[in-house]
Design a protein around this ligand. Sequence first.
Ligand code: COA
Length: 390
Amino acid sequence: MKTGIDALSFYTPRYYLDLVTLAEARGVDSDKYCVGLGQQHMAVCPPDEDVITMAATAALPLLRNGVGDAIDTIFFATETGTDQSKAAGIYVHSLLDLPSRCRVVELKQACYSSTAALQIACALLRQKPDSKILVLASDIARYGLGTRGEPTQGCGAIAMLVTTEPRLLEIEAESGYYTADVMDFWRPNYKDEAVVDGHFSTKVYLSSLMETWRGYEKASGLSFGDVTRFCYHLPFTRMATKAHHLLARHTGNDQLPDETLDAQIADSLHYNRVTGNSYAASLYEGLTSLLDKSSEDLTGKRIGLFSYGSGCVAEFFSGLVQTGYTDHIRRGAHEKLLSDRVKLSCDEYEAFYSFRLPQDGSDLNVPQNLTGPFRLGRVSEHKRIYQKVG
Ligand code: COA
């Protein structure tokens, strides 16, 4: 039985900061951000958007024509949780008017949890093949103002419909996975920003790639040459370039020209370059970018996916692109979303960044900005109250 991704939708907020503007404000050579990290813009979340509104907006187009009525499980993957107890997906379930005969749960393991959600969804479908599962990944990458991590911020959400008749990507059963107790990046509950040992995190990312590749190779019997395109977790696009060249060397493929290696990942990088890191959503934003942007017909091709979540858990797995996939991608909608965004000045970005919801239970009407069809309208008595926008 096949299981995999039937439909994919991506959402990122309506605002962005150009990294040249950020570099000027921080007194840094803009090539460091644009060439050294490989980033152009970073998506900025206004106060009335959060992981819930982003995920609901990403999911909305996938649920038309009665699909929503068939959803019986929602997995919400995030490391930007809004509550220690209540799953963020319950608000999404409500905003999208999904059936009450549905289970909803939140998963956390840094940027990796979306892959856990996808794998669990595929396993559940083998037990109940006629159900449809909604996997949501939504995050806001946030570091301190003026820190080294700041230019790698970003935000966004991915919605994936996972079924036994996947029209985009069949997920193959074999994978390599790996866990190690390391402190490369973490987000204590009492802090608004991540704590990160950035250079160490890039080292652990690369060593985890080697470990998971070994496991994948052993489990699948496949080699580097059996994979046509690669999608990597994308904290910033240069990380994928480094990872892919290292994997080629490690697997004895260093005779391949740089252009060939770069072409194997290039299409997966477009969206991340202009949104920045979206943590749990980032790998699947890369997959969306690859399917949307590839000028080559990818039908029948094997895509390798590397998922990394600091702390750390990692997994290398693969999928086969399905016949007719181009009829089911949302390229036009994604491109319009990105091209319609509003550019912020550095002061405007810092004002959004500095906004905080009250923590004492008092009432606040959240200032209205440009959003998708859902917004966080109010908080009152520690409750988040969402609105549908006309
Ligand atoms: N022109 C072109 N490239 C330049 C440059 C310039 N003027 N100045 C620096 N660079 C290059 C550096 O050589 C480096 O490239 P290299 O890694 O190939 O050598 C790159 O830009 C980054 O510079 P670096 O000095 O390493 O940046 P940094 O120390 O300020 O921070 C991170 C980089 C990634 C550690 C930091 O952004 C971070 O902590 N990010 C958050 C954590 C993260 O994303 N981790 C990834 C794994 S999950």
